[in-house]
Write a protein that binds this ligand. Structure first.
Ligand code: SF4
Length: 409
């Protein structure tokens, strides 16, 4: 968006008439593939003369499926996305253009340059691409290639520009941020990057995207807890609380290693909010295995859990594993865990009634303005004073709106 804006283009809503449509596809599930195809088919109904460019992960793993869609003018792989504006401008109508390089051979991080266009209070900073883990259910390594890390000075430059534009909170993200630096020769790792970001003036909060549990060693947490801007909210992707299931998932950690990481974090951050992702109904998951997961989740006491019913992704090992689990069983396991998660969130949030919390205010919601605490609790305050937006204020918690949101003054 920012690159188009810089060249004088105007951005419109996705269903409005435009001269150029760019569809950045996702392929994480079969459903994502279907949605990507549907969207590519739909846009020319809005303006049949528009240029339609389709790029991203689905293109990268299944370009033939996009080629079948008649109306597509430009097909770009993940490596080519950063040149999208130039490619669109050079495109000659009526000549289908296709540029897709093999992402598996890409050795360097392709940098888009400083992205300072944001209409949000919190800016998402990409620091890394690719994944070398090859979990048995996941297609991402094939769509994104091997681990490539963004240079520290480029990350620092982008965040400094954002801070100068008033951004106070950044979220550090990538495909597998625990692997940050793995491709550098000098031993730089994620914690080195975070130490540098912590020094940037104007930035008050650093939130971390999803983390690989094995990253959370005692040494990592010791260094992390010395950085005052790090938010006490960590998303540790667990996927299953049963060691046998984890093995079939090729997750490369055990529940005991996961538990150790959690203990280090709980010790260093007294109000820590731990969130996670869980897949239910993974091939071969017996009732007993599921109960082990349930028990483990109880022990860890997550603030919130994102529950996914396993869905086979074509092209992955798990999709052809024996003992695929029946849909009704997945449904029932998912329902139990969602209920459990909601209950946990409520119990965690209730503890804050009567206490004072720092909230970064983000957006208006009717009579209220909403924001989040460092440990990612949503708080809303009734006010007509819009000047608190984008600011961090002390809030006294007086009530609960629902299990997810607290009310403050
Ligand atoms: S670590 Fe994450 S991105 Fe990498 S293969 Fe596993 S699930 Fe996919």
């Amino acid at each position: 968006m920012q690159k188009f804006i810089k060249k004088g283009y105007e951005i419109v809503e996705e269903n409005e008439k435009a001269d150029v449509y760019v569809i950045n596809t996702c392929t994480v599930t079969n459903m994502a593939d279907r949605k990507s195809r549907q969207m590519a088919r739909r846009v020319k109904e809005i303006n049949k003369n528009a240029i339609l460019a389709v790029c991203g992960c689905y293109v990268q793993v299944a370009k033939d499926k996009i080629e079948e869609i008649e109306d597509v003018d430009i097909i770009l792989g993940n490596n080519e996305k950063s040149d999208i504006v130039e490619i669109v401008e050079q495109f000659e109508k009526n000549k289908k253009l296709e540029i897709i390089s093999d992402v598996m051979y890409q050795k360097e991080y392709i940098d888009f340059g400083d992205i300072t266009y944001t209409n949000k209070t919190r800016a998402v900073i990409k620091v890394q691409d690719g994944c070398d883990r090859f979990c048995s259910y996941c297609i991402i390594p094939y769509a994104r290639g091997r681990v490539r890390s963004r240079k520290i000075e480029n990350v620092v430059s982008e965040i400094t520009s954002l801070a100068n534009n008033g951004i106070k909170e950044v979220v550090i993200t990538g495909i597998h941020i625990a692997s940050y630096g793995k491709d550098f020769k000098d031993g730089t790792s994620l914690i080195d990057l975070l130490e540098r970001i912590n020094q940037i003036d104007g930035i008050q909060r650093i939130r971390l995207g999803s983390l690989e549990p094995k990253l959370i060693t005692e040494e990592f947490v010791n260094r992390l807890s010395r950085l005052p801007k790090i938010c006490d909210h960590f998303h540790l992707s667990l996927q299953s609380g049963c060691d046998e299931t984890l093995k079939r998932m090729n997750r490369r950690y055990t529940t005991s290693e996961f538990r150790d990481g959690v203990e280090f974090l709980k010790k260093a951050y007294p109000n820590v909010a731990l969130t996670t992702d869980i897949i239910v109904g993974f091939p071969g998951e017996t009732e007993e295995e599921f109960e082990q997961t349930y028990k483990f989740l109880k022990d860890i006491n997550f603030y919130k859990m994102h529950i996914f019913k396993y869905s086979p992704r074509k092209g992955t090992k798990a999709a052809i594993m024996p003992k695929q689990v029946d849909g009704k069983i997945k449904e029932e396991r998912s329902r139990r865990l969602i209920e459990f998660s909601d209950q946990n969130t409520k119990e965690h949030n209730e503890k804050y009634i009567g206490k004072e919390l720092d909230v970064l205010f983000e957006e208006r919601d009717g009579e209220y303005i909403k924001g989040h605490t460092t440990n990612y609790i949503m708080v809303k305050v009734k006010t007509n004073n819009d000047s608190i937006k984008d600011k961090i204020e002390k809030v006294k918690i007086v009530d609960m709106d629902n299990e997810e949101c607290l009310i403050g003054e």
